[in-house]
Design a protein around this ligand. Sequence first.
Ligand code: SAH
Ligand code: SF4
Length: 365
Amino acid sequence: MKLDIKSQTLKDLQAKLKVLNQPAYRAGQVTEWLYAKRAAGWDAMSNLPKPLRDQLAESFNLETLELVTKQGSHDTTQKFLWKLADGSMVESVLIPANPALYGEASDRHTLCVSTQVGCAYGCRFCASGLEGWKRNLHPHEIIEQVLAVERWNAKQPGSAPGGRVINNLVIMGMGEPLANYDNLLKALKILNAPWGGAIGARKITISTSGLAPQIRKLADDPLQFRLAISLHGATDEVRNRIMPVNKKYPLKELTAACEYYQEKKSRMITLEYILIAGVNDALDQVKPLADLAKRLYAKVNLIPYNKVEDLTWERPSEEVQEVFASALIDRGVTATLRREKGHDIDAACGQLRLKTERKMSADAA
Ligand code: SAH
Ligand code: SF4
């Protein structure tokens, strides 16, 4: 099978070009076209001799993502639905930095990236797992989400030539990132490399539903990515009810893996906790959550649940959200209550794909 050129590191390209009897500097020219100029085809690479472009095209694919639909507008959360070469669809979400929250300039954005088509983990509240798992994304399909959004942004009125819109990545789109470990790490290394995406490792957050062995593996990786755990329940009882993965890796195992991660990295973990009415929002959940957060020196992100079509789960009232957050803070935990920005455009993972696929099959019928 022919690989995509975006699965190649600078070193891989240097080795390949050596075989093709090319000078070493050509590899840097290729990566500059791919990642700095975000070339979408071989012909754009105008400072490479045509015979070399042909040879590269013979050896590698150069795939781009096709935009199926986009929701949202400038200054809000924008959601992109992409079609991959095999017709599968995945989502990426572009989220403006909130200057009030983080004090950053408002031209800064976070991109939420998908790692699989569908998800095998079947968390009861999540749209991504509703229709099962189809396949892992290849490294270039993960990287391409970033490049395709940058390419799209460059075409918007008023954007600076060569400027960038993404300075943060969260691996929180469709799929379980740590179940596609090798492809994800390969993609992130390229997105992090100075010759590649040049996004700092500390600006990249990987979110997992709790794959304990892979958390340990990530702890042993030299790169300093940030880690977020989709906890959503502070007891096995609650987690078992909404997250089947907890039966395989119960809290005892998950917290031990988190402690190992912290020992190796000396860096703060984030615990994500979606507030779902009647499931995990009662005040008796505050103490176990606070105990866990303190034990792990973790901060807690409280996120009001985003309603999913077909599912009966609901978000609690704002009052319940605020009381829960204050009770947690009163116990000495660093916690934020995130106002969901993309609620109106189905910003939670998997929802746009689900709706579009359903609409497409209804139209075809
Ligand atoms: N599979 C990984 C990463 C993708 S999900 C994980 O589970 O961590 C990204 C985050 O969105 C997770 O915290 C997930 O629990 C959350 N999420 C899923 N469906 C949601 C919904 N309807 N409303 C709010 N958050 C949701
Ligand atoms: Fe998969 Fe994460 Fe959704 Fe669970 S929350 S089904 S692990 S994408």
